[in-house]
Design a binder for this molecule. Structure first.
Ligand code: PMV
Length: 325
């Protein structure tokens, strides 16, 4: 029996300019470019073992056998790696998230970034960061942004070989924090894969996509200039544009809970009173409150006091995916 194994770690990322909708669903080529930061405090660690006499792939996530649909997605990704490496061996994939289960943060981004890095190393492939990012994108679009380090820009493009994430600035460029207000831990009703597929049914998707380059440029400039108020304006506008599309899709996706709105309104009131903080929201009800590190203790205390906030996690800006063994 021959075993080839590798372990990788990856962080989820929070998009400051959102990816929503695909120009090619099978290849996960996004409708628009997006920009994110990796979240250092949250991590997925994944081990891939290719074992010569294994009859079938096995996937274990946080100590439990993966559901049929999660397993299918992982096996499809292993198949991509096997095709690249001309390998026919089955594997055992063991993945562990350090963020508490049931926080609504189970992230496919860190999952597919860690899986790509570990599976390629175990298969004996030495891919560049660009190529690993491109591969991770096939598993989950936003996973391509968890491969490079820090603040990451994912350019849209018409072909598979030019759509991947690249570092805009390293983690130490700007010590921002994400104070995550968890208002509902239950698993989201409609996942992002289904969401991307119906984005085009909203009459607002065309306008959102057309206006994204301008917001992306404002966001990029705000990050490079450490201009928090410019960043605050543009990330809130972009998150709301995405949620406007979600709400007006057919079927309609309404992810917000009353506490989601309570946190959003509180963040706006705090900012109006001089506190540097802004919100963004992914495909779920939890609110990510972005602020410079020096305000994160105050923001965390304020967020915890809002009725309906079940728990709060705080993270700085993280590195990219890498091998640990
Ligand atoms: O990578 P996916 O298919 O899980 O899509 C991510 C979609 C959002 O989180 C809502 C936005 C983003 O850019 O991360």
């Amino acid at each position: 029996m021959q075993i080839r194994n590798a372990t990788a770690i990856a962080h989820p990322n929070i998009a400051l300019i959102k990816y929503w909708g695909n120009r090619d669903h099978a290849l996960r080529l996004p409708a628009n470019s997006s920009l994110s930061m990796n979240l250092a405090a949250l991590a997925t660690t994944t081990t891939v073992e290719f074992i010569s006499d294994l009859g079938t792939d096995r996937v274990v996530i946080d100590g439990a056998e993966a559901t049929a649909s999660a397993r299918e997605r992982v096996v499809a990704h292993l198949d991509r790696v096997r095709a690249l490496a001309s390998l026919n061996t089955r594997a055992i994939v063991t993945s562990h998230n350090n963020f508490p289960a049931g926080t609504g943060l189970a992230s496919s981004a860190s999952a597919f970034a860690a899986l790509s890095v570990a599976a390629c190393a175990a298969a004996g492939l030495a891919l560049s960061t660009d190529a690993l990012s491109r591969l991770a994108r096939r598993g989950s679009g936003s996973a391509c942004r968890s491969v490079p380090s820090g603040f990451v820009l994912w350019n849209t493009c018409d072909e598979d070989d030019c759509s991947f994430g690249r570092t805009l600035a390293p983690p130490y460029h700007w010590d921002l924090r994400d104070v995550i207000a968890i208002v509902e831990s239950a698993h989201k009703a409609t996942g992002s894969t289904e969401g991307h597929a119906i984005a085009g049914t909203s009459p607002f998707q065309v306008a959102r996509v057309a206006s994204t380059p301008e917001r992306l440029e404002r966001c990029r400039a705000a990050i490079l200039a450490h201009d928090f108020l410019a960043l605050a304006d543009v990330i809130e506008q972009d998150a709301l544009a995405m949620h406007a599309v979600m709400m007006t899709s057919v079927p309609s996706l309404l992810y917000w809970r009353p506490a989601t709105l309570a946190v959003m309104q509180a963040v706006r009131a705090w900012r109006a009173a001089g506190l540097a903080v802004a919100f963004t929201i992914d495909a779920g009800p939890n609110v990510h409150c972005i602020c410079p590190a020096e305000f994160s203790t105050q923001v965390e205390r304020l967020v915890r006091a809002i009725p309906g906030v079940e728990r709060v996690l705080v993270s700085g800006v993280g590195e990219g995916s890498h091998l640990v063994s």
